[in-house]
Ligand binder design. Structure first.
Ligand code: 13P
Length: 330
């Protein structure tokens, strides 16, 4: 399959992406928070439960995996084989995390060294798309131009290597919601970040039809004390993305970034209600798809069926929101 077609399928109507690519460190934090031991077997059991839920292929087009998961098997089948059987594209997180940017308090995402060879291996393991996350924090004078340019450049180099390996790069510049800034500051910073990211992708000769953008929504800082109003979130998010994204990009799949499951669904729904453009806006959620399922699992590690029902319900709500069809008390 050509990368343009994979990118289109990833954002096809009513479907979104499950981000299940938490590094072992992050997954350990998530499991420990609900008093579950983090070991290879538990990480696989939980993820396998999600990946084989009854309705997953109605709502989920692709799943982003972590290196550990793409190498795991359940009942002699690899995770990629399990996903392929359900017409779900396997994807892989390939960045090595946000590390200290020299001379500043900010971060630069690393992982470019040896990436071409790793992509070849992931391709052979069955991955069809990849993800790289850049992180920007809002603060006094932050993010710096250095942080914005360095991370955009890394995203572009990553995207070029991924396309060269015949896979779709998910480009994820995440402006964090941490901080006491207001929504307009988030708008300005996200605009600058997207503008520079697109600029660097252009310089690197990226085929925009074979890319999925994974941005943050435009929100008030989480410690600002201001409650987000969905209509305003949608209006500013649409304006910010439409002003910066080349029309060739087939779709946008938002990260949830610490929003509650409910907020992430509500805001996505409002975005789609207001969307008058040809851009597709869907989800690529981690926490906002998994939180309730994980809490449910922690209550009884043997009750996989209830975990799957809870996960299917969340996926369905986000699928409806990706079409602007979600109704609050469904
Ligand atoms: P959240 O939806 O939990 O922000 O995770 C998405 C993701 O892939 C972060 O890199």
């Amino acid at each position: 399959m050509k990368i343009n077609d994979i990118a289109k399928s990833l954002v096809s109507k009513g479907k979104g992406i499950l981000a299940a690519d938490e590094s072992t460190g992050t997954m350990t934090k998530r499991l420990n928070a609900v008093n579950v031991e983090s070991n290879e077997k538990n990480r696989l059991t939980f993820r396998h439960a999600l990946f084989t839920s009854k309705d997953i292929n109605k709502y989920i087009s692709g799943i982003i995996l972590f290196d550990e998961t793409i190498r795991q098997k359940k009942n002699e089948e690899t995770i990629c084989e399990i996903l392929n059987k359900q017409n779900i594209f396997p994807g892989i997180k390939v960045d090595k995390g946000a590390k200290k940017l020299a001379g500043s308090k900010e971060t630069i995402t690393e992982g470019l060294d040896g990436l071409r060879e790793r992509m070849e291996e992931y391709f052979n393991l069955g991955a069809k798309f990849a993800k790289w996350r850049a992180v920007y924090k809002i603060g006094d004078e932050l993010p710096s131009q250095n942080c914005i340019v360095a991370n955009a450049h890394a995203l572009a180099r990553y995207a070029a290597i991924v396309q060269e390996a015949n896979m779709v790069p998910i480009v994820e510049p995440e402006v964090l919601m941490d901080g006491d800034h207001n929504i307009h500051k988030c708008y300005d910073v996200t605009s600058n970040v997207l503008e520079e990211t697109v600029n660097q992708l252009q310089i690197a000769g990226i085929n925009f039809s074979g890319v999925v953008l994974k941005p943050n929504m435009i929100l008030n800082g989480s410690s600002s004390g201001v409650k987000n109003e969905s209509k305003q979130v949608a209006e500013l998010t649409l304006k910010c993305i439409q002003n910066n994204l080349p029309p060739e990009v087939p779709g946008v799949a938002f990260l949830s970034g610490g929003q509650s499951e409910f907020e992430a669904t509500k805001n996505l729904n409002q975005i789609n209600k207001q969307n008058k453009s040809s851009f597709i806006f869907t989800f690529s959620y981690g926490r906002a798809l998994q939180q309730s399922a994980l809490k449910t699992w922690a209550k009884d590690l043997n009750d996989i069926e209830t975990v799957q029902t809870v996960f299917d319900e969340r996926s369905k709500m986000n699928s409806l929101a990706s079409k602007g069809d979600w109704i609050e008390d469904l």
